[in-house]
Ligand binder design. Structure first.
Ligand SMILES: *[C@@H]1O[C@H](CO)[C@@H](O)[C@H](O)[C@H]1NC(C)=O
Ligand SMILES: *[C@@H]1O[C@H](CO)[C@@H](O)[C@H](O)[C@H]1NC(C)=O
Ligand SMILES: *[C@@H]1O[C@H](CO)[C@@H](O)[C@H](O)[C@H]1NC(C)=O
Ligand SMILES: *[C@@H]1O[C@H](CO)[C@@H](O)[C@H](O)[C@H]1NC(C)=O
Ligand SMILES: *[C@@H]1O[C@H](CO)[C@@H](O)[C@H](O)[C@H]1NC(C)=O
Length: 402
């Protein structure tokens, strides 16, 4: 559409409905912060040919070696600020809200990372060279033709804190999540849980490393494509899904005559406001491009990864620990992060009650320390890398490498 404000008189809405794609928030530069806008640069690009070829070894050190030297170490040290696991995954949810630049480019370009035979995790066995799979990210095809116009990667979600991680970054995405009754988002057979995916259209899908299952069947549908990455981000998504439906139901009780659209947009407006207050971001500066910079997305955001623990306890309403069932039927005291990537059918997370128990556990567990150490479940999880090997490792497209 071409206009920033619409008053849909049929639906009874009399306020400006927030667009889904982030257009026109900046009245002078309409495209700033929108879905599909290029990432911003703080410093000039540094490609080996000036235009798009990456700088690699030997001009730069090996990324895995840097990771081993700078990011490895013992886990189990607690956050200095007593930050909880729930808040650290909320931080990750906010990252997914403002930046998504992990989709692999087309045509595909690979930049696999060679692993030294001395690598403690990946190097041990081999007589042949081990490569960590790595695919370069999508870029703005208007860029990358010359040193005057070096390649720039794209943000696939809005850079605004506008609820795109809950409602999607386009109106069609949002429509696919809606029930179109009483202002609700669609739920599954359990009202407390979102609808499961029946197409691969919305959700990013990577094979489940524990079962090998591919396709999007069994993944939940959320506003951001990566929400199924692990069960802790799923739990975050479910919290916001429930909050929307809670508000919509309450508004329906107060205003039974309101249309679906009126209920939906009023609930959405309140959810977005709550999300913004949680982040304490209430105003944007008019002259500053709100676009996410390559530098911010490569470095600043990665800080949150140091808080992520190797496992999370589940606790019931009276705070008793609940044991966790593994895929082979044995039990463990906690859900291991390494085993929780791209699960479709996690036996520990079937019902709304299970999600409550996980959220209770996340809210009452202190996160890992704010330091340089990233747990092996993220840094050296072999099953995770194998699963991603099919597509490259989309956690680390090119601008994530230091
Ligand atoms: C963290 O929790 C511990 C134990 O309850 C307490 O002694 C300490 O003061 C807390 N630290 C902060 C920064 O709140
Ligand atoms: C590497 O292999 C050696 C000999 O087989 C073994 O003792 C050691 O535990 C292995 N290290 C790792 C990290 O797997
Ligand atoms: C090393 O070899 C063992 C046994 O053959 C295998 O289970 C393991 O996956 C191998 N590790 C790597 C990193 O290739
Ligand atoms: C929580 O678990 C404990 C131990 O299994 C049990 O005694 C208690 O009744 C449970 N509480 C709730 C609210 O289910
Ligand atoms: C999910 O797991 C259960 C066992 O826990 C199994 O019976 C069922 O077939 C699985 N469903 C899918 C879709 O894989």
């Amino acid at each position: 559409g071409g206009c920033s404000i619409f008053f849909d008189t049929d639906s009874g809405i009399t306020f400006e409905v927030q667009r889904y794609d982030g257009w026109y928030n900046n009245l002078a530069y309409h495209r700033r912060g929108t879905t599909g806008a290029p990432l911003v640069r703080v410093l000039p690009a540094r490609y080996s040919d000036g235009a798009y070829q990456p700088l690699q070894e030997p001009q730069l050190p090996n990324p895995r070696r840097i990771s081993n030297v700078a990011m490895s170490g013992k886990s189990g040290f607690l956050s200095y600020r007593n930050q909880t696991v729930l808040s650290s995954f909320f931080g990750y949810h906010v990252v997914l809200e403002i930046v998504e630049s992990r989709r692999p480019g087309c045509p595909p370009e690979y930049m696999h990372i060679p692993v030294s035979p001395n690598d403690p995790v990946f190097g041990n066995n081999s007589t042949e060279q081990v490569l960590l799979p790595f695919q370069r990210a999508q870029w703005d095809h208007e860029t990358g033709q010359s040193p005057n116009n070096p390649r720039t990667q794209v943000n696939h979600v809005t850079a605004w804190i506008d609820g795109s991680s809950i409602y999607g970054s386009s109106s069609s995405w949002c429509d696919a999540l809606r029930m179109f009754q009483r202002g609700l988002l669609s739920s599954g057979s359990d009202q407390d849980m979102p609808k499961k995916s029946d197409s691969s259209y919305l959700m990013w899908s990577t094979p489940d490393p524990s079962t090998g299952q591919t396709g999007s069947e069994g993944l939940y549908e959320f506003g951001n494509a990566w929400a199924n990455e692990n069960i802790f981000t799923v739990a975050e998504g479910i919290i916001w899904f429930r909050y929307h439906n809670y508000l919509a139901s309450r508004l329906y009780k107060e205003h039974p005559s309101w249309s679906d659209e009126e209920l939906f947009q009023n609930a959405r407006k309140r959810v977005i406001a709550t999300f913004q207050v949680e982040r304490k971001v209430l105003c944007y500066q008019k002259y500053v491009d709100p676009g996410i910079s390559s530098e911010f997305q490569a470095a600043a955001i990665r800080f949150g990864l140091t808080l992520v623990p190797p496992g999370v306890y589940m606790r019931n309403r009276t705070c008793h620990y609940r044991s966790v069932v593994n895929s082979d039927g044995s039990t463990s005291p906690a859900l291991r992060l390494c085993n929780s990537f791209w699960n479709r059918n996690n036996t520990n997370l079937k019902s709304g009650q299970d999600v409550d128990d996980l959220i209770m556990g996340m809210a009452s567990q202190i996160a890992e320390r704010e330091d340089n150490i990233i747990v092996e479940d993220l840094r050296g999880c072999y099953c995770f890398l194998v699963a991603l090997g099919i597509r490259g490792d989309p956690r680390y497209p090119e601008h994530h490498i230091p």
